[in-house]
Design a protein around this ligand. Structure first.
Ligand code: SF4
Ligand code: SF4
Length: 671
């Protein structure tokens, strides 16, 4: 199985800026898919006092594991990065495959696969790459610069760390060291600064942030007792000094309401939530008990406290996609959206709008603006970014939000809450306001005037009242929307019935953007037929024997970068052909060390050698090395060691001119 191997900063910088210049793309995301700022609207939100230029971000998960993923999320318009959850047990073996997007979205992938130290470095690298990108995009063409962090005020980004999963682990020295280093990553920044390659040496002088993050979303085990959740939050607020958001489980709805929504209304009759999930997870009344306590404690410490809806929903593994060892799996996507909105509704009924609510559950271009209208922030996404187009899908979220704001006559997110569902008037009616303020607000509403100026200090309460009404309206609406039902989400991606081979395929390119790690890529190779010749030992040398042809018909071929591929299996689901691109297509390793560390995987690694190149290759667990550079090419493997004259390779294998130096003679295939 492939092991994720972080790509060094110098390699990422070279790749990123080389690709921007040559291909007008970044990590395979075309510049035309970069998110754009709307000069007419301010999409910014405040996250615990930090300005984020948009409320959108990738959810903690596959899109925030590696530095390049976070950069891609940023280019797609993400300004709140919910970093993948880390924990003290950082040597877990995650079952494979681990992401099932055949229908609504399931996974068994819940924890960072890198070590704590590697995760820290990935997050610092990502932060630095984003700063470098902002600088470089200023210097590039207008097409690429269009709003991508260059437009004034569109580049502000918040990194939100996430730790799990119990008090003992979170208090451990290593997790504590991770959080402390995220608060002050000066030493890591200085070390990485020196790794910025020479052609971009001027970027070494950028004032990179050393406080990577001071906000944290707590992810607890399904089944973590509420008292323990409270103790963890206290520790994070008081001892580490972080703003804290606690991620809550959909089981909070209770068996009755959850079943009513999931099965009776939406029709997901095949999904069974184990009894144990309800028995072990925090219950509603327990959560209600600690929310106000923790919020007061945070206020006293000068920190923020909020909740997040929602964690994934644990269901019985009734499918055959994941290994049979996995008795449970985690539901995401559209049905989770309806459940999480029901939780927001219930939470708001209990607490009003006095606690920040962050949201991640089944968000897509069709509902992102609605979640923003409810005052949820950030609104983060995972499942939809795994669909065809990948990160490139996100630009539509912001475009749709801008369009909805335009239709509501809103120029910022707060005024959008007032206009989104036409509740501004009703929200006003529920407030007790000083003389004249309500009249001035109504006049501004009628005339399309400045609502903020008209309301003065009442603007905040007015927006809050509108958010509560919006929550009721939207909460009711999603319960009957067809797009969330089982029948609307039952069709898996289309398969055409052909089997993938090493070379050639439909070349639809779907497997490239759907990979959260950008592990699949395409490369151009010459079309034609290449003869395979087998060298047969004759006693004094080799004879040449024809052994078929390799045929390459497509101008571009798909390949896989093993270092960035964690065998999640997702590109297999999205590929119209059978076999899985990550398993069948040529696999490249970034370094010889990574190649050597995966002896069970076929693949290729290239390294400089003298003035030329040395290629290490493994096929069927047999390893070969080809070395070029001078007039002769050296080809070695188990039992043979050949030098081929590149001007006349066949001459080297004449029986009278032994070409073998050392090792036993064996049959050797060349092409
Ligand atoms: S491997 Fe599959 S998904 Fe990728 S380009 Fe080929 S046919 Fe399309
Ligand atoms: S290449 Fe495929 S299997 Fe590998 S990480 Fe990407 S999506 Fe997953």
């Amino acid at each position: 199985m492939a092991k994720l191997t972080p790509i060094p900063l110098g390699v990422l910088v070279t790749r990123l800026f080389g690709e921007l210049e040559l291909r007008k793309a970044a990590f395979d995301l075309p510049a035309r898919r970069f998110a754009s700022a709307d000069p007419a609207r301010d999409l910014s939100v405040s996250i615990h006092g930090h300005r984020a230029s948009t409320p959108f971000g990738p959810a903690a998960g596959p899109h925030t594991q590696l530095a390049q993923n976070i950069v891609l999320s940023w280019l797609a318009g993400g300004r709140v990065m919910e970093l993948k959850t880390v924990q003290v047990k950082d040597d877990l073996v995650i079952p494979r495959p681990c992401i099932d997007m055949q229908t609504v979205g399931f996974n068994v992938e819940w924890s960072q696969e890198l070590t704590l130290e590697e995760s820290l470095e990935e997050y610092v690298k990502a932060s630095m790459l984003i700063e470098m990108l902002k600088e470089m995009l200023k210097e590039t063409s207008k097409e690429m610069a269009k709003g991508s962090g260059v437009a004034p005020g569109f580049g502000d980004t918040v990194f939100d760390m996430s730790v799990g999963y119990d008090l003992a682990g979170i208090r451990s020295g290593r997790v504590r060291a991770f959080m402390t280093a995220m608060l002050d990553a000066g030493a890591v920044v200085e070390r990485l600064r020196a790794e910025i390659p020479k052609p971009w040496a001027r970027l070494r002088d950028l004032p990179f942030a050393t406080r990577i993050s001071d906000t944290l979303t707590l992810s607890t085990f399904h089944g973590c007792p509420p008292e323990e959740i409270e103790r963890i939050c206290e520790f994070l607020l008081d001892e580490i000094g972080l703003h804290v958001v606690v991620k809550l489980n959909p089981t909070l709805l209770g068996r009755g309401e959850l079943t009513d929504i999931l099965r009776d209304r939406l029709g997901y009759h095949d999904l069974v939530v184990p009894d144990l999930a309800f028995a072990r997870d925090a219950r509603w009344e327990q959560v209600v008990g600690f929310v106000d306590r923790l919020a007061s404690r945070a206020r006293a410490a000068g920190r923020g406290f909020g909740v997040k809806f929602s964690n994934t929903l644990v269901v019985e593994n009734h499918k055959s996609f994941f290994p049979a060892s996995e008795r449970e799996m985690y539901l995401s996507g559209r049905p989770l959206h309806v459940l999480a909105i029901a939780l927001v509704r219930r939470f708001r009924r209990a607490f009003g709008d006095r606690h920040p609510v962050s949201f991640s559950a089944g968000i897509d271009a069709g509902n992102f603006a609605d979640a923003v209208a409810l005052g949820l922030k950030p609104v983060s996404v995972c499942t939809d970014l795994l669909k065809p187009g990948g990160y490139g899908r996100a630009a539509r979220y912001l475009a749709e939000l801008s369009a909805r704001m335009g239709a509501a006559g809103a120029t910022d997110i707060d005024s959008f809450a007032l206009g989104a569902y036409g509740h501004a008037e009703a929200a006003l009616a529920g407030l007790t306001l000083p003389d004249g303020v309500a009249a001035s607000c109504r006049a501004a509403l009628a005339e399309g005037g400045d609502l903020r100026a008209a309301a003065g200090e009442a603007f905040g309460p007015w927006v809050s009242a509108a958010r509560l009404l919006n929550t009721e309206t939207y909460g009711e609406r999603v319960l009957s929307e067809e797009r969330y039902t089982a029948r609307s989400n039952a069709t898996p991606p289309k398969k055409v019935g052909s089997a993938l081979a090493l070379f050639d395929c439909l070349t639809c390119d779907k497997c490239i953007p759907v990979c959260p790690n950008d592990a699949n890529f395409s490369l151009a190779i010459a079309r034609g037929e290449i003869a395979i010749e087998r060298l047969v030992p004759t006693g004094s040398g080799f004879a040449v024997e024809a052994a078929g042809v390799i045929s390459v018909e497509q101008p571009r071929q798909i390949a896989n970068l093993a270092d960035a591929c964690n065998d999640c299996g997702h590109c297999d689901v999205m590929c119209p052909e059978d076999g899985g691109p990550y398993l069948v297509k040529p696999r490249f390793f970034g370094t010889v060390a990574a190649f050597a560390a995966s002896p069970d995987l076929d693949g290729i690694a290239l390294e400089p050698a003298g003035g030329g190149l040395r290629m290490h290759a493994r096929f069927g667990k047999r390893t070969f090395v080809v070395e070029s550079g001078g007039p002769r090419l050296r080809y070695t493997g188990e039992g043979f060691d050949l030098w081929l004259d590149l001007t006349d390779p066949r001459a080297m294998v004449r029986p009278d001119r032994p070409a073998v130096r050392g090792g036993e003679q064996a049959r050797v295939s060349c092409c």
